[in-house]
Write a protein that binds this ligand. Structure first.
Ligand SMILES: [Zn+2]
Length: 385
């Protein structure tokens, strides 16, 4: 899960939220799609029906398969592809030898003006499975269970780690993560997910591909390409950074806490995840030091700018945003423990609204104001660890 933001450029930072899927305003056909062929005709009709309403009712309406456990329980896991972009159906071809499973490739993209290049959000791959008796004779299905069927796997506590071909297993990291997950559940007294599936892959790209997203934006530059993602409602962690491997703890915090605490703010969700699980494979202590350095390099930047995503420095600004969430969470914990954090979890609203209410949780901030507090608290944490 990520900080949410309204602009496409930051979509990669948006959490995958159930129920937020928007219909495609227009659906078109790519070169080579010949709907005079019976299978193609029926699968295109099914896909159009789904894209008009790409939400969790698809199973009830007979459009989505219930043939695997993941499909039956959660339906479409790749809800971040449905953000109201137009869709072009690019390909309808057999996915495996035989005639009962097809791959359907979808381009989610808008063309701002005629003659301009498209803005592409996602290249998605769904499967269509023959299902006689269903409304279209076929049902859509997710990529994940079909693409990982033959992957090596290892159980540790309530977690199953699935390894993409070529990934090295670390039994000790797997055990450490299983213990960590239980300890996070105990700390917040939440009911742990029955089971967590964690997919260990070579890159964010490979992790998304496994989910059926052959392309999804991931910013650009040196800090991109590797990282973790999670789909808490389905108990799924995606690890796309071999330098970290099984103990990409940050995403496991989301999977343990989000289903129960369901906080609406990034300050709580990301703050707790960074506080307990670090950020991008770095422990929180390193992040506090980096935030302190960032503050020294930017003496005029305010906490409101950082949390609003309006501070300078590219990936450093993004790190500063996540770490500031952790500073807030650790300060609340320091003052009022888990009960204080549980109250903070109920706060709603924008970053500005959260900041306006912060004094209720951290106490008055004396004459230095909230920015003085932010800088002093960060310095204290950077030096305390
Ligand atoms: Zn996160």
């Amino acid at each position: 899960m990520w900080h949410s933001a309204a602009t496409v450029g930051l979509l990669l930072l948006a959490p995958i939220v159930i129920g937020a899927q928007a219909p495609a305003p227009a659906v078109g056909l790519g070169f080579g799609i010949d709907t005079t062929i019976a299978e193609v005709h029926d699968i295109v009709a099914l896909t159009r029906a789904y894209l008009a309403n790409p939400d969790s009712t698809a199973r009830r309406r007979g459009l989505w398969s219930v043939g695997t456990k993941l499909d039956a329980r959660f339906g479409d896991l790749v809800t971040n592809a449905y953000q109201g972009f137009n869709v072009t159906i690019l390909a309808v071809t057999p996915a495996f030898p035989g005639d009962s499973v097809y791959a359907v490739k979808l381009l989610h993209a808008n063309s701002p003006k005629t003659g301009e290049p498209v803005s592409a959000l996602a290249l998605e791959r769904l499967f269509a499975v023959r299902a006689s008796g269903s409304p279209f004779g076929w049902q859509l299905a997710g990529a994940l269970p079909r693409l990982t069927r033959d992957w090596a796997r290892r159980n540790a506590g309530r977690i199953t780690f699935w390894y993409a071909p070529g990934q090295i297993q670390s039994p000790s990291k797997a055990r450490e993560t299983a213990t960590f997950v239980d300890s996070v559940g105990r700390l917040f007294s939440v009911r742990l997910p029955e089971h967590i599936d964690a997919y260990v892959t070579a890159s964010t790209d490979e992790a998304w591909r496994t989910m059926g997203l052959d392309f999804f934006p991931d910013g650009s530059g040196p800090e991109t390409g590797f990282g973790g993602r999670s789909i808490p409602r389905a108990g799924i962690v995606l690890i796309g950074d071999p330098r970290v491997g099984e103990d990409y703890l940050h995403e496991f915090v989301h999977v343990v806490l989000s289903p129960t605490l369901n906080s609406r703010t990034a300050a709580f969700n990301e703050g707790v995840a960074v506080w307990l699980g670090g950020h991008d494979g770095h422990p929180v202590t390193e992040m506090y030091t980096l935030l302190h350095k960032y503050q020294l390099a930017h003496p005029d930047v305010t906490i409101a700018q950082v949390l609003g995503g309006n501070s300078p420095g590219g990936s450093e600004a993004s790190n500063a945003m996540y770490t500031t969430d952790a500073v807030i969470v650790e300060a609340i914990f320091h003052r009022t423990g888990i009960p204080g954090l549980l109250r903070f979890a109920n706060v709603t609203g924008s970053a500005t609204e959260v900041l306006a209410r912060l004094h209720e949780f951290i106490g008055p901030t004396d004459t230095r104001g909230i920015d003085g507090w932010w800088r002093a608290e960060t310095e204290r944490l950077a030096k305390a660890h």
